[in-house]
Design a protein around this ligand. Structure first.
Ligand code: FE2
Ligand code: FE2
Length: 169
């Protein structure tokens, strides 16, 4: 259920952790789709690297549940579903030779959302004294931040420099 009643900070935390789990699974799908669509090896490599990172993010979330004595439990993340849906819809509407403009924009949207999610999880894991969980969530946060920086660097260079258009066969 989406808005089940959450009575304690601990229940809210578990709910947000479960949302993060479904968020990462959605991200995994998007990263795979975008690798197929991109025109640039550089972007494909970045997405492939982050696909690998994402598997680690999922493992860290599952580990966090266990640290708390709980089984990993998916909860919806409507924001991530919307970002993924919008990204997919946009890719269909963009001409093939400039599809990377849409891919990079979707990737930046995604990483910002993930960063917001992990910022809250880190703060609240620290607040409840769950040090190992805080460490795992901080690893995820920092990985997303590094990825955002890398994607933004590529996006700025292409947008302001060479432009998105490529000759497609
Ligand atoms: Fe992630
Ligand atoms: Fe990410």
């Amino acid at each position: 259920m989406l808005f089940e009643k959450l009575n304690t900070p601990e229940e809210i935390f578990s709910f947000k952790l479960g949302s993060a789990l479904s968020m990462e699974n959605t991200v995994l799908d998007s990263l795979q789709d975008m690798q197929k669509e991109t025109n640039r090896d550089e972007i494909r490599a970045l997405l492939a690297q982050h696909e690998e990172d994402t598997r680690q993010h999922i493992a860290n979330i599952e580990q966090s549940f266990r640290q708390l004595g709980e089984e990993p439990d998916d909860k919806p993340d409507l924001a991530m579903e919307a970002i993924a849906k919008e990204g997919k819809a946009m890719l269909k509407k963009i001409d093939d030779e400039i599809v990377d403009a849409g891919i990079l924009a979707a990737a930046i949207d995604t990483e910002h959302h993930e960063i917001a999610v992990y910022e809250v999880l880190v703060t609240n894991a620290e607040a409840r004294g769950a040090i190992e969980v805080a460490t795992l969530m901080r690893q995820n946060l920092e990985s997303e931040q590094r990825t955002l920086d890398a994607v933004k660097a590529v996006e700025e260079r292409i947008a302001k420099g060479e432009g998105y258009a490529v000759a497609t066969a």
